[in-house]
Ligand binder design. Structure first.
Ligand code: FE2
Length: 347
């Protein structure tokens, strides 16, 4: 088996490949690591055939939908997953077969209703059902400590103690353990009485994950994260540095482009780059025909932090202004560097 473990900020993803057919399964991919998974697969001479989410993640952003579409391969989840983009929904006991690799789904609700573990000959991918020295929490949407008790003690922990455990998270840089080790040492598994276990899980008092609502919105409905939206816009525009623009402004000659300030009117009046025109982002699409008659014009968008201006430049390009570019940085940085600003009084 070709096996790659990708750890990022506590998240663990796995690329499991068949050495004969070169087909591979990608388990629990995270959205920031897409290029890395694709690079790893190429390096190993693998073609990804399935993308699996072990459950609906509430704490990080799944790359499953994005990669499934990009590679034109099925996104695999448990049957109970709420994700509308899941193509192949497994029932308990069903297998994915990819060349010589067989992954058997074991439905293990508790952390979430749609949690499943994937069992192979020598290892089990436990998602957030069983972690090294811990378990997934049960206080997030669809979690249930009673179900987790059954999934662990009635199912997962009855597997061969020698099976290696590869979880979806580890925050201490550990790669894996075994079922036997977890039974012996995992503090949460020492409460073998149902009532005691459930009581412990109900009183963990954990704080909510940082990106809970955004993770559920994107993972359950297939939406994009704000970071993704910005990255996609940035990938289609060119940028001009503050230094480059400052030099043009200082020369005082025609900069050869329209500097377009897309902030709100108050901010623009309080201080804008000399020569900048004003068109707030919120009115961009509706006023663009009146403001820019010439689609060959060079437009440089700017805003306070450099993010909205990136979106605005991408929108302008989509609207047919191929020379729209964005300022790398924003007026805040411009101001902090003591570069010239012009204030106007409201008329
Ligand atoms: Fe999770």
């Amino acid at each position: 088996m070709i096996f790659e473990q990708v750890a990022t900020g506590g998240c663990q993803s796995y690329l499991v490949g068949c050495p004969d057919t070169r087909g591979a399964v990608l388990i629990d991919p995270e959205v920031r690591q897409i290029d890395r998974y694709l690079g790893l697969a190429s390096k190993e001479g693998l073609r990804i055939r399935y993308i699996v989410d072990s459950h609906t993640h509430a704490d990080h952003f799944s790359a499953a939908r994005d990669m499934g579409r990009r590679l034109d391969v099925p996104v695999v989840t448990h049957r109970l997953s709420a994700a509308p983009y899941a193509d192949l929904r497994l029932e308990d006991g069903e297998m994915l077969i990819c060349g010589g690799i067989k992954l058997k789904a074991m439905h293990t609700p508790g952390h979430t209703r749609d949690s499943m573990c994937l069992v192979t000959a020598d290892r089990v991918f436990t998602g957030d059902t069983l972690l090294i020295g811990g378990t997934g929490r049960t206080d997030l949407p669809t979690g249930d400590p009673d179900e987790l008790y059954d999934s662990l003690f009635g199912n997962l922990l009855k597997l061969d103690p020698k099976l290696m455990v590869f979880p979806a998270h580890d925050y201490k840089g550990r790669s894996h353990s075994t079922i036997g080790d977890e039974l012996a040492d995992n503090p949460r598994l020492q409460k073998r009485d149902r009532a005691e276990f459930v009581d412990m899980m109900r009183h963990l008092d954990l704080s909510a994950p940082t990106h809970l609502t955004e993770a559920l919105r994107t993972n359950m409905n297939g939406g994009k994260t704000v970071t993704q939206l910005l990255a996609e816009a940035a990938a289609m525009v060119a940028f001009v540095s503050l230094e480059e623009l400052a030099a043009k402004v200082e020369r005082g000659s025609d900069p050869g482009m329209v500097i377009l300030d897309v902030r709100e009117k108050d901010a623009y009046l309080a201080g804008h780059i000399p020569g900048a025109r004003h068109l707030p982002r919120g009115q961009l699409e509706l006023r663009v025909n009146d403001e820019f008659k010439d689609p060959t014009v060079r437009i440089l968008t700017c805003c306070e932090f450099g993010r909205i201006s990136t979106l605005a430049a991408a929108t302008l390009r989509t609207l047919g202004f191929p020379r729209a570019a964005a300022l790398d940085g924003g007026i805040k940085m411009w101001r902090e560097q003591g570069l010239p600003l012009v204030a106007e009084s409201a008329s």
